[in-house]
Ligand binder design. Structure first.
Ligand SMILES: [Zn+2]
Length: 264
């Protein structure tokens, strides 16, 4: 089975070769079916694509059956009272406005909750949830559709931390399988109740750290994941969230190996 025959799009990041986004897109065209743009914006440096770059990315996409997703640069949170708009929302707006013409399949979002993640006080948690929903609603105004926002599960957070916020806001989710493995969770039961909301999945191997080649994961674990995606006719994006040519080669080999075991 070839990647182009799958109901879902196997993609990777825009930082596989050590170069800008456009050279990466040219390099990845034909190898994957989606590219997650890794964007940053510092005081004196930014890689937000300009109009010419967007036009060329769109041309590469059209010619190669390639779509784009965008990872927002900062973990979202609302400003505390009286501070005006939090910098994470300001940056989210800039990134979304400069990439909307790419018609991205999703904007991947982290919710900032470091102080709240281990709290048991229901009042603190419900305030955090309310603020998280408000920040998602604000950002959905920038991209026009809350379903396009995909909230990602993060390592070292309780696995169900975002569930209520996703439900209440009506946004989508990005399930990071690598983060689940990293924290010792089995992704299969986790996926059961959440696959319907998932439009993006992140996949990476765990070696000395995460975000490494998928071939570091056992065949059995990879097969059980692909089986559930195929059985449930998952039609979103599966991003190999890695950052080098060798990790991409190893990961694609692991994906193809699994598909040939499952489908022949
Ligand atoms: Zn991820």
């Amino acid at each position: 089975m070839r990647l182009s025959d799958l109901p879902f799009r196997v993609g990777t990041t825009s930082y596989i070769i050590p170069d800008d986004i456009l050279p990466n897109a040219r390099y990845l065209a034909g190898k994957v079916r989606d590219i997650q743009l890794v964007l940053f914006e510092l005081d004196d440096q930014s890689n937000l694509p300009d109009k010419a770059a967007i036009d060329e990315l769109n041309a590469i996409g059209r010619q190669n059956d390639l779509t784009y997703t965008v990872h927002l640069p900062l973990d979202l949170r609302l400003a505390d009272k009286g501070e005006g708009t939090h910098i994470s929302l300001v940056k989210a707006r800039r990134v979304i406005e400069s990439t909307l013409d790419l018609n991205p399949r999703a904007y991947v979002v982290h919710l900032e909750g470091k102080e709240e993640r281990n709290v048991t006080d229901p009042a603190v948690l419900s305030r955090w949830r309310e603020q998280a929903v408000q920040s998602l609603l604000a950002v959905s105004g920038y991209c026009g559709d809350i379903k396009r926002l995909a909230v990602e599960n993060l390592e070292n957070y309780p696995v169900d931390f975002n569930d209520a916020v996703i439900r209440q806001s009506g946004c989508s989710c990005c399930i990071d399988i690598g983060h689940l493995w990293l924290d010792g969770h089995d992704p299969i039961p986790y996926l059961k109740d959440r696959l319907d909301q998932a439009i993006i999945m992140h996949l990476h191997g765990i070696g000395k750290r995460d975000h490494q080649s998928l071939h570091l994961i056992s065949e059995e674990k990879i097969d059980s994941l692909f089986r559930i995606l195929l059985d449930n006719n998952y039609t979103g994006v599966l991003t190999l969230e890695i950052f080098s040519e060798s990790d991409l080669t190893g990961s694609l080999k692991a994906v193809e190996g699994s598909l040939s075991r499952l489908r022949g």
